[in-house]
Design a protein around this ligand. Structure first.
Ligand code: TXA
Ligand code: MG
Length: 326
């Protein structure tokens, strides 16, 4: 594995590696992606292998220009072009009906394909040089937290990835909003930085909400994006009492993520204070979870953030990263 500063020479090298069927991790504005040539079935298969990801989990194809939508989608509804014009490059993925020649390996046997133009200079430069679609899931092992720095990718994937382009920490920090435009009505499959309200305003229609935000195989673990340490959500009012019970009475080593007030100093507790603003919280969340996770604590407590619309994507990820409420 080669971890390199994403300058022009490194990006050219990475584009060449993609052409040769190799795996290149690269920064996007959301999280780091594990990229491969989307039109090379062997390269796509290598992504699934490196992540340990089940074959029925479709990959997102990253493109550099809206015109490339037609290379992958059988038909591109007018709504897709409008969303693309408004939000791309940016943290939005569109699900469209796929062209027949698009491999089912890529789409997890679905007849639809996910597409996005990422809002990050390095990703855009890489897409420009490569000139084709780059299939890229988040660059983590299956079921783990998405990486928001190049270092995270190196820790997660090591020798399973050929090149890691370091473009600094991701600006958004949570995976893209996913909107399914393949049916009669648009469906919000995954909340993200582009909000439901922004989408509804532009589309002038209500989005259906899909409660099940991941395509999952039957019998799969409900927990996704999870740290290894068992994590629980805790309402602010019960935080101090829960910490006392676990750290003092049960003698557990615990980690805490707060958002409203930092915790008072406590030698039994490893606490990280995040922002009380949703955007800043989202940006820092995964890195904070990783920091606590590597300490091999007995448990992690996460203070429940506000329940407002601005926090929708954060709540979605917190529910997936935790095993319930404390
Ligand atoms: O922000 C992001 O979207 C990041 C960066 C790297 O672009 N990528 C990402 O990929 O989060 P991944 O593979 O970790 O998550 C992609 C999600 C999966 O939940 C998958 O089920 C859904 O997109 N997806 C992809 N193609 C789909 C399709 N054809 N139909 C329904 N869901 C799809
Ligand atoms: Mg992922």
């Amino acid at each position: 594995m080669k971890l390199v500063q994403a300058d022009a020479a490194a990006i050219s090298y990475a584009a060449d590696m993609l052409r040769r069927g190799r795996l290149v991790a690269f920064p996007t504005e959301t999280v780091y992606g594990l990229g491969a040539d989307a039109s090379n079935p062997e390269a796509v298969a290598a992504i699934f292998k490196a992540k340990g990801r089940p074959a029925d989990h479709p990959l997102i194809v990253h493109i550099g220009q809206p015109q490339q939508l037609q290379d992958w989608a059988r038909e591109v509804p007018e709504a897709a072009f409008r969303l693309a014009e408004k939000f791309w490059p940016g943290p939005l993925t569109l699900i469209l009906n796929k062209r027949e020649r698009v491999s089912e390996l890529l789409t997890g046997a679905q007849q639809t394909v996910g597409l996005r133009i990422p809002g990050h200079e390095v990703a855009l430069q890489l897409l420009k040089e490569f000139a084709g679609g780059i299939a890229a899931p988040s660059a983590n092992r299956f079921g783990r937290i998405s990486p928001t720095t190049a270092q995270h990718v190196a820790e997660e994937l090591g020798e399973r990835v050929d090149v890691i382009l370091d473009g600094g920490p991701c600006r958004v920090g949570l995976e893209s909003t996913i909107v399914d435009l393949s049916g009669l009505q648009p469906v919000l499959l995954r909340p993200g930085a582009i909000s439901r309200q922004q989408l509804e305003e532009l589309l002038q229609t209500e989005l259906l909400l899909q409660p099940r935000t991941e395509i999952r195989a039957p019998g799969m673990l409900a927990v996704h994006y999870a740290p290894v340490t068992p994590a629980r959500l805790c309402v602010a009012g019960r935080l101090q009492e829960t910490i006392r019970r676990q750290a003092v009475e049960k003698q557990q080593r615990i980690g805490v993520l707060t958002c409203r007030q930092p915790l008072p100093e406590n030698p039994d507790v490893y606490s990280i204070h995040l922002s009380d603003q949703a955007e800043a919280y989202a940006q820092a969340l995964y890195a904070a979870m990783r920091k606590l996770d590597v300490l091999h604590l007995d448990a992690i407590l996460i203070e429940l953030p506000p329940e407002t619309e601005a926090w929708r994507a954060v709540h979605d990820r917190l529910r997936k990263a935790t095993v319930g409420e404390a």
